[in-house]
Structures are given as structure tokens and as C-alpha cells.
Ligand binder design. Structure first.
Ligand SMILES: Cc1cc2nc3c(=O)[nH]c(=O)nc-3n(C[C@H](O)[C@H](O)[C@H](O)COP(=O)(O)OP(=O)(O)OC[C@H]3O[C@@H](n4cnc5c(N)ncnc54)[C@H](O)[C@@H]3O)c2cc1C
Length: 957
């Protein structure tokens, strides 16, 4: 089913056309009365003006927490960089206040990434005036680091006028970005945004904000995101307005939820349709027979067991210092009472025990969770957190359903220590293969079992672009725990629409195409007069700049095709050599008609060993990745198309083998699989050869045996005016489109910091509260009320009420810890065919209306009003032929069907959650009796358990 809108709720769906870009929420009432908070118009800071009055605090907190989670930030603790920035300035109690503000700002952004968040709105997330500076710091931190106001969004410009003389001849800094792939475009777009939003900082010094120039070797944007247009564009299986294309490089979006920045760009800003993939792979054996599901599952379990046993040798992930806020208060959207005190740094430096009240806000360290393996492929390998390697292998496989060999005992196990410690650079492949052969002593594995096990190896070789025999045993999955959630998907009409969007929206970036950089001369010291970087291209162009962001693939850096003068220092050159850059290739087959099941998104193919029916693992390595997986791209490419993957050693085979031979082989394989149906020769074929491509020199990075822990971060580290971005600099999400994009955001923040320094923190950051709590007299109460709703609200509650609320908060904490959030009611389909049509045609119609307006007014700068454009679009829609309307009507119907299915599923999940919540509440109350012995609490439910928005309220049984 094609989808075109994201999870942005009401606001976005209604505002996904340019003319409706103001957040709907802003028209609503906010907590502070009398605010007319329309984005971009408010000039005054008003406490709580961005906290909608119609929402209960719990609901507001829930949305803010979700927003932080969708931004890869922990809603309950400071990011290590926030910690560094704030530790000298705030107290433990203020951490919670900061987090409430920061999460609230993220809420504004994630609800509608079509519109940038303004400083006024951000400050409106603070509930008292004295936290305005704290809110400004949060805003700047989020903005600079690309957590808000990123992607294809128009931002405000704070650059002021500068004297003419200076404007003409005065200094203007230049940033060069080398490469127009996802990282380069992401970086350049974010730099442009930051130079506009922070423009005042330059103009106040009499300088124009810096300019950004992108140099790209190819005649197109996207780099390794390349949707190759097909020859046949006249017939199409995808909605009108999309090109028929084949994905030469990136193809899969690995889930939009839980922090993928592509969520905001693809779904929130560009509104590109995508196709959700179903995990319904079936496997064909080499002779064309289908592998029975039971055998497939059994072998997959065995494979996972060996992978888990090898994971014991995984390098322990680094821990870092974080400071947590008060989880219960954050869950309820409440700020703690803030009576000042020592800053975090003072307490930490003095080694004084933390105050009792700060027990939940103690500094702590956080370990990355280890739950899964990032995958681009059809199957994930979930490493269970609770895997126990001490359970003997024989016992484990018996539990899975395997029969032991006669003579094997239940206590037999694997001994991987010898192989894992036999070399200074052990690999995953050698260790697992050793595990497989040890299993052969316990189990009577047949050649078909080995073919299946090797299919899984091929799948890992796809995800890592290299043979498992070259992957580091301790670090191959160093990015574990950072996976996104949600179904995997493919972009309808081509992934390249995303880099194209970044290039063109909201205004075109200055990209110089066919500019192949051959040398970078730079001054590593910061003492240069004039420009510190001089870049020369093979076409003779020369560019000078103050800073350069290098995003060329690691393969290009390894190849030495770009000369650095002076040469890169040893620490940088060393890491370039140590890190792995692998290969994956594709054989793309376009047909006139599908001879496969058009609704199946992928199917796998097992390969025979070099020596038929071999029981020796090493005989499978060269062939296991040949055409091992076929993607059926009929729903996204526009034509009946299969994309066969060549992974591991087979990727190199594809590189060296002529097209004709590959097509002949794959056609033979398909004919065996689909016999007796005839399999024709494809009408168009494309074979990728990423290694031969001089601007890629391979496909993506991997953690090789000699790669050291932390090498991705060393790759990212700047050297003088040289900054580095690209997927191989993103240790948390390497080898992916989103990782490349995130690295671009990171580099943009670094460049800005190197130009204007870190975020300035005013002193004091939080002004002292006027001590009003000490004796509450009617007179003081009166003056407190004037201070804002939050203070008077807190004080009007009795001590008993506060205790009850705290107790309720602990119950909720126990519930959330055990079963997580109550399932969120899925939004209504909210898709309207006219809105979809408007989104596709707005810019074209606007251009036509502008042109007509110019003619009628005779003014070359005349622009049509939004009302005119809307009216013209309305007319176009009403008079459009059924053929034009059909895809929009279909998409709407699909969205409605999907919403109906989601609603049914929600009902079931929510009933289970409610039952469990009641049980946990009752158990909690039995083990921790309520302070006032209030029995009614046993059967009551708070708003969070009711999933309602109303303020903490309790229902009797
Ligand atoms: C076959 C394949 C399949 C993939 N599948 C997926 C997938 O399904 N999902 C996913 O998330 N990711 C996938 N990836 C990975 C993803 O495509 C990359 O991680 C990401 O696109 C890298 O972006 P980048 O900006 O770091 O590099 P690039 O996109 O390579 O950008 C670097 C740019 O630098 C330019 N350049 C190089 N040399 C020079 C020079 N000398 N002068 C000027 N410019 C130069 C290049 O032309 C290029 O445009 C796949 C990649 C490949 C190859």
C-alpha cells in the first residue's frame, strides 16, 4: 500500500500544502491568556505560550516525550553535549525544567516540520519568565545540532543591514562542501539555514553571513542515492508524476520511527509516497524448490544462536556521563520546585553526596542497549538481550526442535575461545564458521542446512558490503541499539527525490556540477591571512574558502585520487586505511510483464557450494551471495522489475563479469525457480559496478578486522579547516542514507561553532526565585498569582494532594517500566484526494498563476495570491479527467483501508494494555501501600491509563 503522509497528526495533514503552512495548533488557545502566537509573528516572549491550554499536562508531556524519542534524544536525560554545556550553570532540579522545555520545543517541531520553530515559540515552552534564557539555550542547541529546523524548510533570517561599503568589498567567508550526496547536501542545506537564523551574529560585526558552495564531480546530485531513469517512461505502474526508475544504490528506508531524520524530510516536508515492505520472504533452493517454512525457521534459529555465541566477543560499548531529570515529573509534565542550590559541576567537583531530593536526578552513566542488528535486508537478526551463552549448545538446539546426532549429549557445547583468540584480528566469519563446524559434531547437518546457513551469511554480507570473513569479530555491529522502528519501505518513483529535494527546497543550493576535485591545499593552523583552503578541480576551476567539508566516500579517500597539501596527518590517514569500505552490486532486470507473484516484495535464493553437496563451510563462501535476494520493485519503480543482489564475494564477481554472462546466469536461475512458467529475457538490464565508479570506489563502509573501536569518530574529527562528513563518519548509523544525512548536520554544527564559537550561556542562566514559599500568607499568595499559572497552581494544592500525586506518579512509573506507553490511538486516515493533488501541483499551478498575473498587471515581479492559486487548483481538480484523479482517489482509499485496519489492531492492543495496567497497579499498591491508606486507589485509573487528555483524575471502580 502506498503511503504519503506521516505520523504528524492533524497539523501536518492539514498543512502539507504550502498555502496551509501555519501550524493549526497556533490558532488554538494556549496556556497563557491573550497570546496571539502565530508562528513567526510573535515578537514578545510569553511564558507557557507554546503549551496548548486544551491539553492536560499529562498529554502535553506524552507528546513532548514522544517528540524527544523521535529525535534520537532521551526525554529523561541530558545528551552528553547538553551536559557539558550546562553542568556549570544549572542545578539538578533545573535539569528537569530544561528537559521539559527542550522536549516541548521538539514537540513543536515534530508536529509540523514544514514550518520552522521560532525563538518566540521555543521560549513559550518555559513556564516562568526566569527560564527564558534556559529555553533560548535549549533552542540554540537543538537548532545548531539539527534536531529542529532541518531539511527542506524555510527558516527566519536574522541578518541585519550592513553598511554598503562593507557589504560590497568587506569580508565574506566561504564554506566549500565537497560532494552533493546526502551528507553534502544535508550539510550545505543546514549551513544555509544556520547562516540565516544566526545571520545577525555576522552582520552585527559588519560582515555578510558566509556563503556555501557545493562541488560535485558528477552531473547529478545524490551520490550513492541514484534512481536511474528507465528507458520506458510511457507506461507506468506508479502514480502519475513519478518517473520510472531503478535504484542503483540506496533503496530501503529502514523504518521511519524513533528518530530517523528521513521521517521529517520524506513524510513531513516533501510528502513523497512510499511502499511499506512486508516481511514475507520465501526462499527457493538452488534447484528451484521452495524451502519449507519449518526448515527455514529451524535453521534461522540455529544461525541466530551461533551469532549470539560469537557476540560474546563484542567490544563493550563506551559509557558516557549523562544527567537524568526526574522521570516521574517529566511523565506528568511537571516542573520541580526550584529553590536554587549548587550547580551540577559544583556538586560533582566537591564529591558531596547528592541531596536526598536529587536522588532521581543523580549523574549516571548510560550504556547503549543491545537489542538488534541494523539491516537493509529482508530479515533482521534480533540478538536477545537475555541470551545466555552458558546454556550448552546441544541443550539450546534441542529446545529449538533439532534432533541431536546419535551419541551427542545434551551437555555438549561450542568452544569458540580458541578461534576467537587465535589471531590479533579475529573475524566474525571465521568464528561463526568454526561454530558451524562444531555444531556438525552435535547435529547431522545436511547440505541443504548449510545452504540455508550460508544464505544468512550472504544476508549479513549484504548489510555490511563485505564477506563475513573480513568483518571484525568484536566491532562488526558497533552501531547496535540504534535501529529505528516501523516497517521498512521503498520510495515510490526513486529515493533520489530526497537529495533532489534537499538541493532545491526551499531555494536552490549553489551546486557546481562536473567539478572533480583533484587537490586540496590547506593551512592547518588558524593563523592564515586570507583563505585557509584552496581547491583545484580537474577542469581547471579553483575555489578558495575558509573551511571545507569533505564528504567524498571513504573509498575515494582510500584511493588517494584527491591530493592533500600538506598530506593528512598520520592519525587521519591511519584511520582511512584501517576502516573497511566494501562492495555490493545489483543486477537490475526490467520485464514487460511480471512472471512472479507481484504482491511479494522479495524472495531469496539458496546457492550451491563450489563442490556440490559439500558439508564444508569454506566451499560456500564464493557463491553464496550470487543473486541471493530478489527485490520485486513493481510497486516503486513503475515497471515490472526485479533487482537481484550480489553480496560478499559475488559483488566482486559482478564487477568483473560482462553483463551478458550475468543476465544469462540469472535468467537460468529464475527459469528454474519459476518453472514451468517461461521466463523471458528482460527488456532492459542495468548492472551496477560501484567499485569501478571513481566517485565511489565501492558501496559503503564496514568495520574491518583491523578497524579500532571509535574509528568512525576519528574519521569524523576535523583537522584545521578540514571537516569530514559522509556515512563513514557516522558511527551510530554507518552505511546508510540517514547516517550520511546526520553526519552532514553534525559537520554543519561544527563549522558554525568554529566560526562563531560555542553557544553563549548567560550568567546567571536561571535567575533566582523570589523566596515566596517560606510563609504563605494571603498577601504573598496574591502576589504569587501574578507570577504565572504554574506557581499558583502548585501552591494551591495541599500537601496531601501533592503526596497523592507523587504516589500516583510512582504507580504510573511502575506501569510504564513494565509495559511501556499505552498504545496511541492511530490517527484517522486524514487523506483527502484534493489535498494530495494540490501537493503535487501547487508549484506548477503557482508558476502558471504568477505568469498570468504578470501579464494582467504588466508587473514583472507580480505574484498570484494564495487564494487565486487555490481557486485555480480547485478548478483544475474539478475538471480533471478520471484518469488524472484516479491515483489520488486510490491513494485516499488505500489510506482509509489502512486506517481501518490500524484502528482494529489498536482496539486489541489497548485492551491488553489496560488489563496489564490494572494488574500492575494492584500489585504495586499491595507491595507499597498508599501513604494515607486510601483503598480506593486500588481500582482507580489515572489519565495516562485512560489514555485521555484530562488532568489527573481518578475513577472509582
Ligand atoms: C548498492 C548500494 C545499496 C545501498 N542500499 C542502501 C539502503 O537500502 N538504505 C540505506 O539507507 N543506504 C543504502 N546504501 C548506502 C547509502 O547509499 C550511502 O550510505 C549514502 O548514500 C552515502 O551518502 P554520502 O553523502 O556519505 O556519500 P555519497 O552519496 O557517495 O556522496 C559523496 C559525493 O561526493 C562526490 N565526489 C566523489 N569524489 C569527488 C571528487 N573528487 N570531487 C567532487 N565530488 C566528488 C560523489 O560524486 C558523491 O556525489 C546503499 C549504497 C549502495 C552503494
Amino acid at each position: 500500500m502506498a503511503k504519503s503522509s506521516g505520523p504528524f497528526g492533524r497539523d501536518l495533514k492539514l498543512s502539507s500544502t504550502p498555502e496551509l503552512s501555519q501550524s493549526q495548533e497556533h490558532a488554538g488557545r494556549h496556556r497563557s491568556a491573550g497570546t496571539s502566537s502565530v508562528r513567526g509573528k510573535v515578537r514578545e516572549f510569553r511564558a507557557s505560550s507554546s503549551i496548548p491550554a486544551a491539553l492536560s499536562w499529562e498529554e502535553f508531556a506524552r507528546q513532548s516525550i514522544l517528540a524527544a524519542e523521535s529525535s534520537r534524544l532521551n526525554p529523561f536525560s541530558l545528551h552528553p553535549e547538553e551536559y557539558k554545556m550546562l553542568r556549570d550553570h544549572i542545578t539538578h532540579a533545573q535539569v528537569t525544567i530544561y528537559l521539559n522545555i527542550r522536549n516541548g520545543i521538539l514537540r513543536l517541531w515534530t508536529r509540523n516540520p514544514l514550518v520552522h520553530v521560532t525563538i518566540e515559540e521555543a521560549v513559550g515552552c518555559a513556564r516562568e519568565k526566569r527560564y527564558f534564557s534556559l529555553a533560548k539555550v535549549a533552542y540554540h542547541w537543538l537548532m545548531r545540532n539539527g534536531y529542529i529546523n532541518f531539511g527542506c524548510v524555510e527558516v527566519s533570517n536574522t541578518a541585519g543591514p550592513i553598511p554598503r561599503v562593507k557589504a560590497k568589498g568587506g569580508p565574506r567567508r566561504t564554506v566549500l562542501v565537497l560532494g552533493a550526496g546526502m551528507s553534502g547536501l544535508g550539510c550545505a542545506r543546514h549551513l544555509e539555514g544556520l547562516f540565516a537564523q544566526l545571520g545577525g551574529q555576522w552582520t552585527e560585526q559588519g560582515e555578510r553571513p558566509p556563503k556555501v558552495i557545493v562541488l560535485e564531480a558528477r552531473p547529478r546530485v545524490g551520490g550513492r542515492v541514484y534512481s536511474h531513469p528507465l528507458r520506458n517512461q510511457s507506461q507506468s505502474t506508479i502514480p502519475a508524476g513519478h518517473r520510472n526508475t531503478a535504484e542503483m544504490g540506496a533503496q530501503i528506508v529502514t523504518g521511519y520511527e524513533h528518530g530517523n531524520p528521513m521521517n521529517a524530510i520524506v513524510r513531513g516536508q516533501l510528502g513523497i509516497p512510499y511502499h511499506g515492505l512486508r516481511d514475507n520472504t520465501i526462499l527457493y533452493d538452488h534447484d528451484g524448490s521452495k524451502v519449507e517454512r519449518s526448515q527455514d525457521i529451524l535453521v534461522e534459529k540455529l544461525y541466530n544462536d551461533i551469532l549470539e555465541r560469537a557476540s560474546v566477543y563484542r567490544h563493550k560499548s563506551a559509557t558516557f556521563r549523562v544527567v537524568e531529570g526526574d522521570r516521574n515529573l517529566i511523565l506528568f509534565g511537571r516542573d520541580p520546585s526550584d529553590t536554587g542550590g549548587a550547580t551540577i559541576a559544583t556538586l560533582e567537583n566537591s564529591n558531596t553526596p547528592l541531596p536526598a531530593s536529587a536522588s532521581t536526578t543523580a549523574s549516571t552513566t548510560e550504556e547503549k542497549p543491545s537489542t538488534g542488528v541494523e539491516k537493509l535486508a529482508g530479515r533482521a537478526y534480533q540478538l536477545s538481550a537475555g541470551f545466555n551463552p552458558n546454556i550448552p549448545a546441544a541443550e539450546a538446539v534441542t529446545t529449538m526442535g533439532w534432533q541431536l546426532r546419535s551419541g551427542a549429549s545434551n551437555s555438549q557445547s561450542l568452544q569458540l575461545d580458541t578461534i576467537a583468540k587465535s589471531s590479533p584480528y579475529p573475524t566474525l566469519g571465521e568464528t561463526m564458521d568454526n561454530g558451524i563446524s562444531q555444531y556438525q559434531a552435535i547435529l547431522d547437518l545436511k547440505p541443504k542446512d548449510l545452504r540455508l546457513l550460508n544464505w544468512h551469511h550472504a544476508n549479513l554480507e549484504y548489510a555490511n558490503a563485505v564477506s563475513v570473513n573480513q568483518l571484525s569479530l568484536s566491532g562488526w555491529d558497533q552501531d547496535i541499539g540504534n535501529e529505528f522502528e516501523g516497517e521498512h519501505s521503498e520510495i515510490i518513483g526513486g529515493y533520489q527525490q530526497v537529495p533532489r529535494g534537499l538541493w532545491q527546497c526551499p531555494g536552490k543550493l549553489d551546486v557546481h556540477f562536473k567539478s572533480v576535485v583533484k587537490s586540496i591545499r590547506y593551512n592547518p593552523q588558524d593563523n592564515s591571512k586570507g583563505k585557509a583552503v584552496k581547491v583545484e578541480c580537474t577542469n581547471g576551476e579553483v575555489f578558495e574558502a575558509d573551511q571545507i567539508v569533505i564528504t567524498t566516500p571513504l573509498g575515494v579517500l582510500k584511493s588517494g585520487s584527491i591530493r592533500f597539501e600538506p598530506p593528512l596527518p598520520e592519525w587521519k590517514q591511519g584511520v582511512i586505511e584501517r576502516m573497511g569500505f566494501g562492495l555490493l552490486n545489483k543486477v537490475i532486470l526490467v520485464y514487460e510483464e511480471a512472471f512472479w507473484e507481484p504482491d511479494r516484495d522479495m524472495f531469496g535464493l539458496l546457492n550451491e557450494a563450489e563442490h556440490q553437496m559439500s558439508l564444508d563451510q569454506s566451499d560456500y563462501a564464493t557463491r553464496r551471495g550470487r543473486f541471493y535476494l530478489f527485490w520485486n520493485c513493481i510497486k516503486t519503480s513503475g515497471r515490472p522489475m526485479l533487482v537481484a543482489l550480489m553480496a560478499g564475494e559475488a559483488a566482486h564477481f559482478a564487477e568483473a563479469t560482462p553483463d551478458g554472462q550475468l543476465i544469462k546466469e540469472v535468467t537460468g536461475r529464475l527459469a528454474t525457480m519459476f518453472a514451468p512458467n517461461p521466463v523471458p529475457l528482460p527488456s532492459e538490464t542495468i548492472v551496477t559496478r560501484w567499485k569501478k565508479d571513481p566517485f565511489a570506489c565501492g558501496s559503503y563502509s564496514y568495520v574491518g578486522a583491523k578497524t579500532q573501536a571509535g574509528d568512525y569518530d576519528v574519521m569524523a574529527r576535523p583537522h584545521g579547516p578540514l571537516h569530514f562528513a559522509g556515512e563513514a563518519t557516522c558511527g551510530t548509523h554507518p552505511a546508510t542514507v540517514h547516517g550520511a544525512y546526520l553526519s552532514g548536520l553534525r559537520a554543519a554544527a561544527e563549522v558554525v561553532e568554529s566560526m562563531i564559537g560555542p553557544i553563549k550561556i548567560p550568567s546567571p542562566l536561571v535567575e533566582k526565585r523570589i523566596k515566596l514559599e517560606l510563609s504563605i500568607t494571603p498577601v504573598i499568595m496574591e502576589s504569587k498569582r501574578k507570577l504565572g499559572p504554574e506557581i499558583s497552581q502548585l501552591d494551591s494544592r495541599t500537601a496531601e494532594q501533592l503526596r497523592e500525586e507523587d504516589y500516583e506518579a510512582s504507580i504510573i512509573g511502575a506501569i510504564l517500566n513494565e509495559i511501556g506507553e499505552r498504545p496511541i490511538k492511530p490517527g484517522r486516515a486524514g487523506v483527502n484526494p484534493f489535498l494530495l493533488y494540490t501537493k503535487d501541483n501547487w508549484y506548477k499551478c503557482k508558476a502558471d498563476c504568477d505568469a498570468a498575473r504578470k501579464v494582467t498587471t504588466g508587473d514583472a515581479n507580480a505574484k498570484a495570491s494564495k487564494t487565486e492559486i487555490r481557486a485555480a487548483l480547485g478548478l483544475m481538480w474539478r475538471t480533471a479527467s478520471p484518469d488524472i484523479k484516479k491515483p489520488y482517489l486510490d491513494q485516499t482509499q488505500n489510506a482509509r483501508d489502512g486506517a481501518a485496519a490500524n484502528a482494529a489492531n489498536f482496539k486489541e492492543r489497548v485492551a491488553t494494555w489496560d488489563r496489564e495496567a490494572t494488574r500492575i497497579r494492584q500489585e504495586y499498591i499491595q507491595t507499597h501501600p498508599p501513604p494515607n491508606g486510601n483503598e480506593n486507589m486500588m481500582n482507580s485509573r489515572t489519565a495516562i491509563e485512560l489514555g485521555t487528555g484530562k488532568r489527573l483524575r481518578r475513577l472509582g471502580a
